[in-house]
Design a binder for this molecule. Structure first.
Ligand SMILES: Nc1ncnc2c1ncn2[C@@H]1O[C@H](COP(=O)(O)OP(=O)(O)OP(=O)(O)O)[C@@H](O)[C@H]1O
Ligand code: SF4
Ligand SMILES: [Mg+2]
Length: 355
């Protein structure tokens, strides 16, 4: 059956050559001014504090980190739902905060979002058909009912929902099915990039695997690029080609996924992997753990020097004053730790990580 794809956007004077990365994030910062109580002191929350990365067309790129490290803020910046305090988000060569509003509206067709909570992200008064076809009305595509219906069938097939579900309401579906509806809506305009912000974390573990497999299949079949955001480092192993590890608003390690799990370069990555439960008791006995101690500091008052130093078991005096930059290590990964490049010794953390 035909996929009935909408026409691609034409190149624009703001666009660059087709060889540029699909998504380029440069020196990106987002600081929120916040106040404790009505008369409390004003503080600056450094949610995202200088992030650089790029995502190629059809690449699956993951961002992982603990709660509060700035993942959702980063996703909202990439989706042009927030204005950066500093830095740029380039999509296909277009600076999303520099293009005229009309061009931005057209570009939005090409990058879409799937959110964490499939319960609150769907309007309970709309049927599946209304939800999935809503973007067609916004962008003036698939105007005829027959065209719209064929496109809807294609999208329902693609996400594994029955065509007969089109007239049902969100409350009639399970969590996993609702997430499928959300994915169908995100695919409606045939985007090139999906920003997936914790798309599995509200689902039961058994359903997570199904949605993960669906996302893998869709990426391959529809040639999508993913910016996949998760607090669960295990999940990204199955989906991502490259992984950025985020801590308190900055990227501390950027690596090919396999290399990251085999040979983590940054102590924070090592600690994240060390916290992964191992089902096999014999493998569990042989593992040396590098568990994280202490709470994540507040992004309103990040520690001086290396932000990870109050929790780092390798910290030396210079870590308290010197801000480490991401640098390439001998494994080809980039790590923001000049003290502990782990390339020279076998990884302790990667032992027995859950497949
Ligand atoms: N609009 C806002 N105003 C003030 N502070 C904000 C705002 N949005 C986010 N923050 C703060 O920025 C920091 C990063 O938040 P963010 O939601 O991006 O983290 P996260 O990594 O997505 O966390 P989680 O895993 O819990 O979803 C948090 O300290 C949060 O309280
Ligand atoms: S720079 Fe120092 S504190 Fe930071 S991760 Fe490396 S060893 Fe730990
Ligand atoms: Mg979040």
């Amino acid at each position: 059956m035909t996929t009935l794809r909408p026409p691609r956007l034409r190149a624009s004077p703001w666009g660059r050559l087709a060889t540029c990365p699909l998504l380029e994030v440069k020196g990106l910062k987002k600081h929120f001014a916040s106040r404790t109580g009505l008369f409390g002191p004003r503080t600056l929350v450094r949610a995202v504090d200088g992030v650089d990365f790029s995502v190629a067309a059809q690449e699956s790129f993951a961002v992982v980190g603990e709660s509060g490290c700035g993942k959702t803020t980063l996703a909202r910046l990439v989706l042009a739902l927030e204005t950066p305090t500093e830095g740029r988000v380039m999509f296909d060569g277009n600076d999303l905060n520099g293009v005229p509003p009309k061009r931005l509206r057209a570009l939005r067709r090409e990058f879409q979002a799937v959110f964490q909570d499939p319960f609150s992200s769907l309007d309970p008064r709309m049927t599946v058909a209304d939800i999935v076809c809503e973007p067609f009305a916004i962008h003036g595509l698939y105007r005829g009912p027959a065209l719209r219906s064929r496109r809807l069938d294609f999208l329902l097939d693609a996400v594994g929902l029955a065509r007969g579900h089109r007239d049902r309401y969100p409350h009639e579906f399970s969590g996993g099915q609702r997430q499928r509806i959300g994915i169908a809506r995100a695919l409606a305009m045939d985007p090139r990039l999906l920003v997936l912000d914790e798309p599995l974390s509200a689902l039961d573990v058994s359903i997570q695997a199904q949605i993960l497999n669906l996302l893998k299949d869709l990426q391959r079949d529809l040639r999508l690029a993913y910016l996949f955001i998760s607090h669960d480092i295990c999940v990204v192993r199955h989906l991502a080609g490259r992984v950025a590890v985020m801590y308190l608003g900055v990227i501390v390690e950027l690596s090919e996924a396999e290399g990251l799990f085999r040979d983590p370069q940054h102590p924070y990555t090592e600690a994240l992997l060390s916290a992964v439960p191992i089902p096999d008791p014999s493998a569990r006995r042989g593992r040396k753990r590098a568990l994280l101690s202490g709470e994540t500091p507040s992004p309103a008052a990040p520690p001086a020097g290396c932000r990870f130093h109050p929790r780092c078991r390798y910290a030396v005096d210079s870590c308290k004053t010197q801000v480490p930059k991401l640098r390439e290590t001998s494994t080809g990964a980039s790590s923001a730790c000049p003290v502990r490049p782990f390339a020279s010794r076998p990884s302790e953390a990667a032992i027995g990580v859950r497949p």
